[in-house]
Design a binder for this molecule. Structure first.
Ligand SMILES: [Zn+2]
Ligand SMILES: [Zn+2]
Length: 449
């Protein structure tokens, strides 16, 4: 098999992988690089032009996997795009949100080429999209008579996220996508296939991080922090990703209310997270593994954060708002500007924050340091408590290593990780099975696996 990583800057970046064997050309994901703007944020899709692509797979709806799909689809308008039924249900909403962000950045950052695609391009992807149930094998035959079988397998990462099994003659190739093996309040953990594989393609996101606390104890610590803050008259800001984490925490609050770990407090949430909740409500009625209904908002008394609301001036409350990294001009940034200056309040980060984002900067401050809210030209003394909780939606490195090595693979391909993370996997795999070929693909260079 020939493999080309089209994520030109490397690292986690703009995911897009080309697999070629026996005349078949398969593309997995087409993402946008989260830290780059304009054309450089796209994978090198030019490399695919003129190549007859047989199938495009979309593993899930995070923008580092989905964000460039309309551009790829426009270049290959007759290629089927395969995703899970859940992903099919809400990927367009994610793309529309990405369009709005690019449209805003066009003026804010002066990026002339934004947006990289139009609403029409987003709508056009519908004609190619095929949503499938996980766990059901499908056969595909090309015009030239090549046959392949593929099966999507739930990967537990966000609603609809899947890994991909390709079977060609007697060769089995498995791509994990982004994966979480443990169950959460919102989703089951990954349901991956057993048996031997010829090649396993793995995500390596947490390869440089040793396992620390388990999810359950982190959730209990979060609930205790909320209780403690509220009992001292303070409010809690939890910056969250609108996709997945926000709905998971609503489910956590629902269960914690029922068993007394969380007292009744006003809960404010933000826009895209509510829209996605409505989508997930539809999915959970259709026998999907997503476990959330929109009535949860009524049960919890959770409401959309009003524009006129002033956090910190209306008594204790929970602000469960995006963005997770507190990016400028998002609801979490706005709430932080109001809560940071008082020692009564707590800001709880529950996911990864890039060090270059406002959230990352805040995490590195000492209490009492000054923090500049650039977008508001306002400096605040950081008196609120800043806490970090590990509620990652990526599996521990040991779990991924264990899954891959149990497959007795001839080769393991490393993707979706920074270099130290990939190096950890390479070293451990070589230690466990010196005969196993470890491939850490150099971007844009075609390698034989
Ligand atoms: Zn993801
Ligand atoms: Zn990802």
């Amino acid at each position: 098999m020939q493999l080309t990583d089209l994520n030109s800057p490397g690292g986690i970046g703009a995911n897009c992988l080309l697999l070629q064997f026996d005349g078949l050309n398969i593309v997995i994901d087409a993402g946008l690089h989260p830290k780059l703007v304009g054309m450089p944020a796209l994978p090198r899709l030019g490399r695919l032009r003129g190549l007859p692509i047989d199938l495009i797979f979309l593993t899930h709806c995070h923008l580092d996997h989905l964000g460039a799909l309309p551009v790829l689809a426009k270049d290959h308008p007759n290629t089927p795009i395969i995703a899970s039924r859940e992903t099919e249900g809400y990927y367009k909403r994610m793309l529309q949100n990405s369009y709005q962000v690019m449209d805003r950045q066009r003026t804010e950052l002066g990026v002339g080429e934004y947006p990289l695609y139009s609403h029409r391009d987003i709508a056009a992807t519908t004609r190619q999209m095929i949503g499938l149930l996980a766990g059901q094998p499908r056969h595909f035959e090309t015009n030239s008579g090549q046959r392949i079988t593929f099966t999507l397998h739930e990967s537990g990462h966000v609603p609809g996220a899947v890994g991909l099994l390709l079977e060609h003659h007697h060769r089995r190739i498995f791509h994990t996508g982004d994966v979480l093996f443990s169950d959460t309040a919102l989703l089951n953990g990954a349901r991956f296939p057993g048996g031997d594989m010829d090649t396993v393609i793995i995500e390596t996101t947490r390869g440089a991080t040793a396992r620390q606390a388990d999810r359950e104890s982190e959730i209990n610590r979060l609930l205790a922090t909320i209780g403690h803050t509220a009992s001292h008259g303070g409010s809690v800001l939890i910056p969250v990703f609108a996709l997945g984490r926000m709905q998971e925490l609503l489910r956590v609050f629902q269960m914690a209310r029922a068993d007394g770990r969380l007292k009744r407090l006003p809960i404010y949430i933000s826009g895209l997270g509510i829209e996605l909740l409505n989508q997930f409500d539809k999915l959970s009625r259709k026998n999907s593994s997503v476990r959330i209904r929109k009535r949860i908002l009524r049960e919890l008394g959770a409401v959309k954060l009003p524009d006129s609301h002033h956090p910190g001036r209306c008594g204790p409350a929970i602000y469960l708002v995006s963005s997770g990294m507190m990016v400028e001009n998002t609801p979490s940034y706005r709430v932080a500007a109001e809560l940071l200056g008082s020692h009564q309040n707590t800001i709880c980060f529950v996911g990864y924050c890039d060090p270059d984002t406002p959230g990352g900067t805040l995490l590195n401050l000492q209490q009492g340091d000054k923090f500049l809210f650039k977008a508001y030209r306002k400096t605040v003394q950081a008196l609120a408590h800043i806490e970090k909780f590990d509620l990652s939606s990526h599996a521990d490195r040991e779990d991924i290593l264990h899954y891959a090595m149990e497959r007795n693979p001839r080769a393991v391909v490393l993707t979706h990780g920074d270099q130290p993370a990939r190096d950890w996997f390479r070293d451990r795999i070589t230690e466990i099975d010196p005969a196993c070929k470890v491939v850490d693909p150099e971007p844009l260079r075609t390698v034989t696996v």
